[in-house]
Design a protein around this ligand. Structure first.
Ligand SMILES: Cc1cc2nc3c(=O)[nH]c(=O)nc-3n(C[C@H](O)[C@H](O)[C@H](O)COP(=O)(O)OP(=O)(O)OC[C@H]3O[C@@H](n4cnc5c(N)ncnc54)[C@H](O)[C@@H]3O)c2cc1C
Length: 370
């Protein structure tokens, strides 16, 4: 039986970021329990885009949550570099959103008009301007929008940095240990248990991503419903650097990394806990990549992988206390935006007396701040 002040179940970007933030505000004896290896699930599979604006058509709690987390990234990246020596490659070159069809142009115009009137930063580029900005884009492009505040980060370096932060600062990490049950004593949560061990804790935090609904609280399944949504990705590694920034279309995206790789993503598939890549998925991604940049049509695919996004009932994150249980916090359901939302999620969980956690979660999942 092991005692901790804070027990975090799940070592993805959410669990690791919470551990760091908890340590910063002075929590002692923090333990992270991870079923497999730290940072090898959705957080590893992600494309690392920090894109609050490119797909936004309204300002609501979710947009504000995304935008606030994005604003934290420059300081988050600088602090992690200082703390761990690892550069998480925050790239602030912006994102280009392309239109190839009449429907794409209608969507972009609507977004441009609305975002401009809402005071958000967005620029319109015609074909010539788009091709000047990114010469390897297809000449079939009709126009594009440039979002200067949509960035990217190398999520695998981010995971490395967060892990190193834990190691340097005495946060205990236990890998290869699957938590089955949250332990209760009356209304109070006192820790969690695997098949063979108990981990007692003052505060227990569930950050188990797509697997959250498999955990039990006592005899009952956890009341928050989360399901896995598979995303497949491919990458290319051309000899020269082809793109300067993230490039989107309504059918997919390209993310150029500092090491020369270009990631192309991603599928959105409701297929259970199946993390395999498929021929259909890979060829759909090849099509998206070729539409954006014909030079990728014949290029060798250097890697392919898939991950499981945590999708809660309404697609919004679920962050808060679970009604009826003291000392238990849940932080899951970050779906397509967990990398973007990690720094702010960690803050609102660690500083849990803020308004963001005032509402406890009983029935339907709520979004932080909502
Ligand atoms: C293909 C793809 C592309 C994406 N692109 C982006 C993007 O560009 N930008 C962005 O912001 N987001 C993106 N996302 C979404 C993002 O990756 C997720 O929202 C985020 O990684 C969720 O983090 P997490 O820590 O909750 O989940 P995970 O990284 O999956 O971590 C959860 C961890 O909990 C562990 N665990 C589960 N159950 C237990 C248990 N019972 N006991 C112990 N450990 C357990 C798991 O093994 C896992 O390591 C993408 C996702 C995918 C799949």
């Amino acid at each position: 039986m092991r005692n901790s002040e804070v027990l975090i179940i799940g070592g993805g970007v959410i669990g690791l970021s919470i551990a760091r933030e908890m340590h910063k505000i002075g929590a002692g004896r923090i333990t992270i329990i991870e079923r497999g290896s730290i940072g090898r699930e959705a957080s590893f599979a992600a494309a690392g885009m920090l894109a609050p604006n490119a797909e936004t058509d309204k300002i609501d709690d979710f947009y504000n949550f995304c935008a606030e987390s994005n604003r934290l990234y420059p300081d988050f990246a600088a602090a992690l570099l200082d703390e761990t020596g690892i550069d998480i490659e925050l790239d602030r070159s912006g994102t280009l959103y392309l239109a190839f069809t009449g429907d794409d142009s209608i969507e972009l115009k609507k977004r441009f008009d609305w975002q401009t009137s809402a005071g958000l930063a967005v620029e319109h580029l015609n074909t010539r301007e788009t091709l000047t900005a990114e010469p390897f884009i297809s000449p079939n492009v009709r126009e594009s929008l440039f979002f200067p505040n949509d960035w990217q980060v190398e999520n695998r370096k981010l995971l490395e940095a967060l892990r190193k932060y834990s190691e340097i600062n005495g946060i205990r990490i236990r890998e290869g240990t699957e938590i089955r049950e949250i332990l209760t004593a009356g209304e109070k949560v006192i820790g969690a248990a695997s098949d063979s061990e108990k981990f007692l804790a003052g505060t227990t935090i569930i950050a188990t991503g797509a697997w959250t609904s498999l955990i039990k609280i006592g005899e009952m399944p956890v009341s928050v419903k989360v399901k896995p949504i598979r995303g497949q990705m491919i990458s290319f590694h051309p000899r020269e650097k082809l793109f300067k920034r993230v490039i989107y279309s309504s059918r997919g995206y390209l993310v150029p990394r500092a090491d020369g790789r270009i990631l192309a993503g991603s599928t959105v598939e409701d297929v259970g806990f199946d993390k395999s890549t498929t021929e259909t998925g890979v060829s759909a991604l090849r099509c998206v990549a070729s539409e954006i940049a014909p030079c990728l049509a014949g290029m060798t695919i250097s890697d392919k992988w898939a991950g499981l996004r945590p999708y809660a009932d309404d697609g919004l994150p679920v962050i808060g206390e679970i009604a009826g249980f003291k000392n238990l916090i849940i932080s899951t359901g970050h779906y397509r935006n967990g990398i973007l939302l990690a720094p702010f999620t960690a803050k609102i969980v660690a500083e849990r007396n803020t308004g963001f956690l005032r509402r406890s979660l009983s029935g339907p999942p709520a979004i932080a701040g909502g």
